[in-house]
Structure formats: C-alpha cells, structure tokens
Write a protein that binds this ligand. Sequence first.
Ligand SMILES: Nc1nc2c(c(=O)[nH]1)N[C@H]1C(S)=C(S)[C@@H](COP(=O)(O)O)O[C@H]1N2
Ligand SMILES: [Mo]
Length: 451
Amino acid sequence: MTSQTQPGRLLKAPENFIDPDGVRRVFAEAKEGRRDFIRGAFAAAAAGVAATAARAADAPADGDPNILNLPEYSRALGQGVAQNNGYGVPSKYEANVRRRISPGLTQTTQASVAFAPLQSLFGIVTPSGLHFERHHQGWWDMDPTKHRLMINGLVKTPMVFTMDDIMRLPSVSRFHFVECGANSAMEWGNVAVPTVQYTHGMLSCSEFTGVPLIKVLEMAGADTKKGRFLLAEGADGSGQSRTIPMELVESGEVLLAYGQNGEMLRPEQGYPLRLVVPGVQGVSWIKYLRRIKVGDMPFGAKDETVGYADLMPDGQHRQYTSIQECKSVVTTPSGGQVLLEKGFHPITGLAWSGRGKIQRVDVSVDGGRSWRPARLQGPVMSKCLTRFNFDWVWDGKPTIIQSRAIDETGYVQPTKPQLAAVRGTRGIYHNNAIQSWLVQENGEVKNVHVS
Ligand SMILES: Nc1nc2c(c(=O)[nH]1)N[C@H]1C(S)=C(S)[C@@H](COP(=O)(O)O)O[C@H]1N2
Ligand SMILES: [Mo]
C-alpha cells in the first residue's frame, strides 16, 4: 500500500481526474488485501499461535507485509555517489510531478506555455525544474561568456557589461513570485479547465540573486530626472521588450538576476541574466536580458501595445498594466483530486500580492456563505507567495471550497462577478478572482464557476 492509497488520504491530481474509478479500485483492493492478511493472522491464532493473534489484534500494522518482509534496500548496498552523475534528480516515484501543457491552449513548437504543478508542491518555493515557462519564441541555452548587457539612452556613459562584470558587483538574494499576466485567463469565460495546474500554474516563486538595477544605472550616470522610463530588451528572437517605470527601479527592488534557488538561472528562465520586477506581471521579467535603455517616455513596445493590454467592457483597452493584484487559490483539495473518505482533510493553498505582504486569507467551505481565517505559514514576505493552511472535516456532502486573500494595503480579492462587473469577461489578462472547487458527493473535486 503506498501513501497514495492510504485511507482518508487525498489522491494527487491529475492522474485521478483521468481515472478516478481506477484509483478507487486500487484503494479498495489495497484495503481488501490488508484485511485478508489480518484474517490470516487470526486463523493462525485459532490454530494455537495465541501471541501472534494478540499482537495482530492491538496492532493491525503487524499484518502489513511492508513491515514483515524486509525489502532489498534494507539488506543490500545502495547506489554510490557516482550513479547520480553529479546532479540529483527527483525520485522515480514522483514522475507524475511535471510541468504540463494545458489541454485548452493551442500549442506551436516554440511559442509555448508550460504550467507548474501547484497541486504537488509544498511551502512557497517552486523547484527550478518545475518553474512555469512562457516563451514567445522558444528558449535557448546561451553561452554566458558571450552574453552582454548594454546600458544606453539617457545616460552619461553608455556601458556594456559581461556576466563577470555583473557578478563582481555586490549582490542581494530575495524571494519573489512571478505570475504571467495571462494566468487564469481561461477562467474569464465559461471554460473551467480541470486542475489548479492549468487554472493557476503560470505562477512560480524563487529566491533570486542579483544586482539591484539602480546600481548599474548609477554607474552609467543615468539621468533619472528626465529618464523616467526604461526599456528592457531580451536577446531571444521574440525581441521581447517592456517599458519599466524608473520609480520601480529607484525602490531598489528591480534586480538584474543571475541566481535562482541557489544556482544559476535555468535556461528556460532566461540564463544567464533576467530582470526581476517584483509584483509586476511576468512579461516584464525580461529573460536573456541584453539591453536597458533609459528614456523620457513609455516605449510602446509590441508586448505592451499589441499584446498584454486588457479589453474592457466599453471596448477600450487598458494599457501598461503592470502590478499583479492580490490573489489566492486552494491547491489541495483542488480540481482532479479525489477525497476518498469523509472526515479530516487539511486544506492548503497559496496567496500573493504584487503590492506587498499578504495580511490574511479566509477560507470558505460552504460556497462563500461563511468565511474563517486560515493559518498563514511563515515566512510571510512582500511580493512573494504565502502558504496558508486550514483544518476541515468533510461531512461527505457536496460543497464548494474557496479562498479569499487580503493584502497589507487592505485590498480584498474579488469574487468572479465582482471582477466581471468592472472588467467584463472578454479580457485575457489579470484575472485575480476567487477560485471555486466543488467537492462532489463521490469525493471528486471539480472546477466550477459560481455567480
Ligand atoms: N526574452 C524573453 N523574456 C520573457 C519572455 C520571452 O518570451 N522572452 N516571456 C515573458 C513572459 S510573457 C513571462 S510570463 C515570463 C515567464 O517567465 P518564465 O518562463 O521564467 O516562467 O517571462 C517573460 N520574459
Ligand atoms: Mo506572460
């Protein structure tokens, strides 16, 4: 019996949503098999081996073949350090924990999105190999010795930095989330994609290491009086570029980052250099960063005019959107998972705000009729994911589970109808509405849109 089939345990998405009946069968068989074994122990007792029976009766675990039969790994020599090739990989039993391409999105080979498996992650840090990916023209593994960063525009001395130059400057490390502005885009309409991986998985959180951009701008003598805007440009073929307000950079928060979770950035995340713009939507976090140009007005780049503009109900477009507003989601139980039994189930999820720290998260287990505060798990950091937990006893009846985050500015995450009243339903970006998970009587959890 594996932990995935333990009574009362919740099964992991998404294999269960593909075949919940299969999962139930395995569960029933495992339970049945164990009962047979215990019955066998009683039979042995009846035949006169009384001591065994007494043990089996007070400690049914005695009947577990996983305890009685010493496995190979308890008897033989394990693998040597040479077998891991110098870089560890996850257990083969975790092969289901993967980035995935949404069934609802059209995919081309290079313009692509891969979603992070939020339902399988703990705490707040996204393992680098599971960080979501969004590439406008594919990713590259660029030679860091040939990579250059140019600073030009309204500066005294235009400068070019090598990676060595950048990595010799004093650095800082900070935890921040990055969320694509199009995260939860499918939820604007009537499509309810099956799992939290697809509803919210364009979200990840890492410890980033790098140099505050303002330091480098000071070295180049940037004119911060006139130069109130920057253009950040990537080296990949998409010509990804975004206007960054100087104000954000002056706060010292914007980083020229080369480190992610203790090692160099992954190629998919912009190796060897990316912009970290805390609180701001992912598109501004330019990967493969090759140029920062200082200017006196917004640049009107394609990624802020043609794309990444919000279609409002009156037909106008909201442009230069930037901050990711306060949002949260329950990651367990979530769409595709199955509650095998009524009784205690921990509810857990993530909350974040582009405007600062999370102050409170409320959870409803009755479709929004009543709300109770969840426990925030520390550390609670600014513009970073915050993990919340909530104890719940399921009575076996269908119900809807939701979470609602409040940030330190007092902003309250809106319901879907509240958000739609202001923003309409034809947009793609910046959907931070409350997510609803329906727990059905059979224990299967489903994405639903409630009004
Ligand atoms: N150079 C470059 N930077 C880029 C992109 C890109 O395609 N090229 N995609 C942007 C978008 S839309 C997002 S959401 C984030 C995604 O970052 P990730 O792939 O590290 O998750 O990177 C941004 N930076
Ligand atoms: Mo994005």
